[in-house]
Design a protein around this ligand. Structure first.
Ligand code: C5P
Length: 234
């Protein structure tokens, strides 16, 4: 089995991120670079991270007109990231353009296409936030609608909350990869994650990948924390 642990590099500087990445690399499968780190440290940081041999998940959640998203996805593919995110709410044409761009760019470079992941409803949105936007107000129903649209638009993966896993696995093609944050081991302090599963529970519920931030980077010994999570999955 490939190592499903993705460590979120939610630390303030490129130096800290690289040193954390080197420390935990033996026990994890990939690293997530989010908006803050990318806006401050940029593509050069991603190249440095790739140069360590690590797989990279570029979590910039693109949402724009199809042509613009396709170009951004092509640029991310040239940067040689292994996963990236787009908003499923950008619509089927945008998702198809993103997937095609990933496939075409990778083929021209002679490498595998990155996994383009759809983000459905942000977990910060509840039904009253959806109501403000008009349309569907049931969060689970909207997640399902966007997940189905992502699948029919050709996406091969989705980001979802731990508590959406079972429902999504009930109707999605089995090949769909599900990437899940909100992972807690029970050893860490309470924080802002309200709906969590343990690594083992999330995999049992159908997660393909686990995004883990604070339980690893805020642990007294991040390498030991990563090793323990990996061990809990054996
Ligand atoms: O520290 P923690 O394990 O909560 O980090 C989880 C990571 O996953 C963070 O980078 C966070 O932004 C991201 N994320 C999340 N919940 C979502 C989507 C992304 O926690 N619904």
């Amino acid at each position: 089995m490939q190592n499903p642990i993705i460590v979120a590099l939610d630390v303030p500087s490129a130096e800290q991120a690289l040193s954390l990445a080197r420390e935990v690399a033996p026990f994890v499968g990939a690293f997530k670079v989010g908006k803050e780190l990318f806006v401050s440290a940029g593509p050069e940081f991603v190249r440095q991270l790739r140069a360590t041999g690590a797989s990279v998940f570029l979590d910039l959640k693109f949402h724009d007109i199809p042509n613009t998203v396709a170009k951004a996805v092509a640029a991310a593919t040239r940067l040689d990231v292994q996963m990236l995110t787009i908003h499923a709410g950008g619509g089927s044409e945008m998702m198809r353009a993103a997937e095609k761009s990933a496939q075409d760019t990778a083929r021209n470079l002679g490498r595998p296409a990155p996994l383009v992941l759809g983000v459905t409803v942000l977990t910060s949105m509840d039904s009253s936030a959806l109501e403000e936007l008009g349309g569907e107000t049931d969060v689970a129903a909207h997640v399902e609608r966007l997940a189905r649209l992502a699948a029919t638009s050709g996406l091969r993966g989705l980001v979802c909350s731990p508590l959406e896993l079972t429902a999504l696995r009930g109707f999605l093609p089995t090949t769909m990869q599900l990437v899940t944050p909100g992972i807690r081991t029970g050893n860490e302090k309470a924080d802002d994650q309200k709906r969590t599963l343990s690594p083992r529970e999330a995999i049992a519920a159908g997660a393909s990948w686990l995004v883990v931030g604070r339980p690893i980077y805020a642990a007294p010994n991040p390498a030991e924390a990563a090793r323990a999570i990996l061990g809990s999955l054996a």
